[in-house]
Design a protein around this ligand. Structure first.
Ligand code: SAM
Length: 454
């Protein structure tokens, strides 16, 4: 009897764990073929570590520390081997050819590059990626994605402390983010007023937004304590109006170190419970192969708020990639969701860009190019500041007909600005921000416009 009792407890635990894992991951899709993925039968604690298998092409994907790893399999395998060992030999000639090719892709002239000692390594790294991708007979698009991942990987170790952490980061970075935080908060509050919503952040980095909104969703006092006491307007549940209407937070990033840092930050802020219960789902994946099917019944009647924040759009290496990620994000938000894109305004690059990148050099590395509203660093970080008409064109190329584009004086001053951002910094951060909001629901878009504009 006692033995049976123990057996049935284990069985229940296993069933419970599997059911939860199935629920957690039921909206995920195979990044290679788009079909559903299923949790492979396994041991208890499955949502924490296990495997997903595609029902159509049978590709398998690992789940590690609650994070499903959904990069397309061939690319993921090559990427893993590339970051583990650099075995491909690179000659000076190959490094030089990679440099020429890269400058050509980015549209940067030779004269506008200021080499540093580290940038010599960058060209070799690019040659290394180029050779490996060619040997594996993968496309140039994959190579461009790998180069962007390489840059993000180099930036990740100091990203949280230098840029994203509102308590520790460099003043210019945190001020810019706070401004964005307030704008997104205003949009969300306006949506949550009448609707339930799911927030999906594409390019979620070290989890700044996941942490902020998970903190708003819990009344547990120990959660995100230092942030709540410093910024109650942004981290306390009341600040969101109807936090119970925010059903779930999903973060996607293609760089594993970023996600690792995010998990550590969430855990340090006692938000692991929100990961364990599926309030937060983090996914390793690329915006170019979105592994989601948000038409899933889990999201019935919830407004999908898909956002691409803090210049992630400008980090894409070509205009084709910038419009591609907007196209995919827009498809994800449709039929009646909202897409929010925040970029850096190219009109202010000369004035605001140079001091900004100097202030965050510890994370991004030294500049090797700062002209034509574009920054490139010796670590391979690329950042294109877009002028409003450029972002508008990119939206049109992505099939977004009438985006709401807002910047500078068009935006309202909200009470939170005064409490969250020093008055002396407000005009600078407003000038830097360029916001695009789109929805196929005109009434919702009009409401958002009204809440954002003076
Ligand atoms: C500038 S950071 C912004 C991070 C975060 N959104 C924030 O506001 O703190 C850009 C992030 O986007 C990720 N990223 C860039 N391109 C991506 C892509 N194509 N797919 C997935 N993640 C991407 C990078 O790894 C990086 O973490």
């Amino acid at each position: 009897m006692a033995t049976n009792g123990i057996r049935s407890t284990n069985r229940d635990h296993l069933d419970d764990s599997l059911t939860r894992a199935k629920q957690f991951f039921s909206f995920l899709r195979c990044p290679s073929c788009g079909a559903k993925v299923q949790v492979e039968n396994g041991k208890a604690g499955f949502a924490r570590s296990g495997r997903l298998i595609c029902v159509r092409c049978s590709a398998t994907y690992a789940i590690k520390n609650y994070i499903p790893e959904l990069l397309p399999s061939r690319e993921a395998t090559l990427w893993e081997s590339l970051i583990r060992t650099q075995t491909v030999k690179i000659s000076d000639k190959q490094a030089y050819a990679a440099r020429e090719w890269m400058l050509d892709v980015l549209g940067i002239s030779e004269a506008d590059i200021r080499e540093t000692r580290a940038s010599k390594t960058l060209w070799r790294d690019i040659a290394y990626l180029r050779k490996a991708v060619r040997n594996a007979q993968l496309s140039e698009d994959v190579l461009l994605e790998f180069i962007a991942m390489w840059g993000a990987r180099g930036m990740a170790p100091r990203y949280k402390n230098t840029i994203a952490d509102q308590l520790l980061g460099e003043r210019l970075a945190t001020n810019y983010e706070r401004y964005e935080d307030v704008l997104l908060r205003v949009i969300l509050r306006c949506i949550l007023d009448d609707n339930e919503a799911v927030l999906v952040e594409l390019g979620s980095g070290v989890g700044r937004l996941l942490m902020q909104y998970a903190s708003c969703k819990t009344s547990r006092r120990e959660a995100a304590r230092p942030y709540r006491s410093a910024f109650p307007d942004m981290y306390e549940p009341d600040s969101l109006g109807k936090p119970q209407h925010l059903r779930m937070l999903i973060g996607l990033d293609f760089e594993s170190r970023m996600l690792r840092s995010s998990s550590a930050w969430l855990s340090a802020n006692r938000l692991t419970e929100e990961i364990r219960t599926g309030v937060i789902t983090q996914v390793l994946g690329s915006m170019h192969h979105l592994p989601f099917g948000l038409e899933h019944h889990m999201f019935d009647k919830a407004t999908k708020v898909v956002c691409i924040m803090f210049q992630t759009i400008g980090n894409q290496l070509t205009s084709a990639h910038r419009s591609q990620i907007l196209r995919y994000a827009w498809e994800l938000a449709k039929p009646d969701g909202v897409l929010v894109v925040s970029a850096f305004n190219g009109e202010f690059f000369q004035k605001l860009g140079i001091p900004y990148y100097q202030s965050i050099q510890a994370s991004v590395g030294k500049a090797i190019h700062v002209a034509d509203a574009t920054f490139v660093s010796e670590k391979g970080i690329y950042s294109k500041w877009m002028i409003p008409s450029e972002l508008e064109r990119t939206c049109h190329a992505a099939g977004i007909a009438n985006p709401l584009l807002l910047w500078g004086s068009q935006l309202e001053i909200f009470p939170e600005f005064d409490r969250y951002i020093r008055a002396s910094s407000q005009s600078r951060v407003k000038n830097r921000t360029l916001l695009a909001v789109a929805s196929t629901d005109p009434a919702l878009l009009a409401k958002v416009r009204q809440s954002l504009c003076s």
